[in-house]
Design a protein around this ligand. Sequence first.
Ligand code: PMP
Length: 286
Amino acid sequence: MSLKIWINGKLHDKEDAKISVYDHGLLYGDGVFEGLRCYSGRVFRIDEHIERLWDSAQAIRLELPLTPSALHEAIDETLRVNEIHDGYIRVVVTRGAGTLGLDPNLTADPQVIIIADRIALYPEELYESGLEIVTVSVIRNHQAALSPRIKSLNYLNNILAKIEGLKAGCVEALMLNSHGEVAECTGDNIFVVRRRVLSTPPVEAGILEGITRDAVIELGREAGLEVREVPLTKHDVYIADECFLTGTAAEVIPVVKVDSRTIGNGQPGPVTCDLRERFFKLAHGE
Ligand code: PMP
């Protein structure tokens, strides 16, 4: 059976799911998106994802052509018709088709697209052995230019960083902000652990306020750790006992090497493993 894609209230076979080449989402990356995950038929923190989508849309002055509850129902419907119980959901909202000029006032019909698919995971070995990452020269978008809090369709900043990371042989790359502080990875947030203090850059460092990040902050507190949202430098990462990344697709993934320096003892640490387990239970509703 062909995957069914939801576009503005209608389901289309994957091969026939199309939007205009005049859509400003394509022409200019003018739009917003969300990536969600479904565990055993339950979408993890769907309300938070929907709220973030609305916040992103508001930030780019894009009015969504449906209500949050209608989107919620549409996500459920897309999962149901595709019989996906464990998978990934991508919600994309474009500005709609317009002219070849930038003017968003000349666009019509924002396109709301929902794709539910199997999830492409990092290989299981990477969770066992831990990731190696590198700091790249590409600086995270300056907040005053384009806030990283907006999950916009323009991901070139992250893609350029990803390319540099991949060239260096790493599947994920660390980005600094314009002050030289640690911001986030190309598609994941970063945490470090030192002497049972869990630290992660604050939202003001210019990052996406990750939904997995928020969950892990809560889980860290539940586990009795001191949790700090504080500016971090590369030095803080290099001297950490443990480091890990969080994201909807990655969940909680250990990092054991940064810029060819070994973190801690070079193995996924006990706090990381504990938080990974706690996250698994939370996501699976246990
Ligand atoms: N930062 C960036 C740049 C991302 O694209 C993502 C993935 N959405 C994250 C962090 C992690 O956010 P979340 O936990 O909400 O998936």
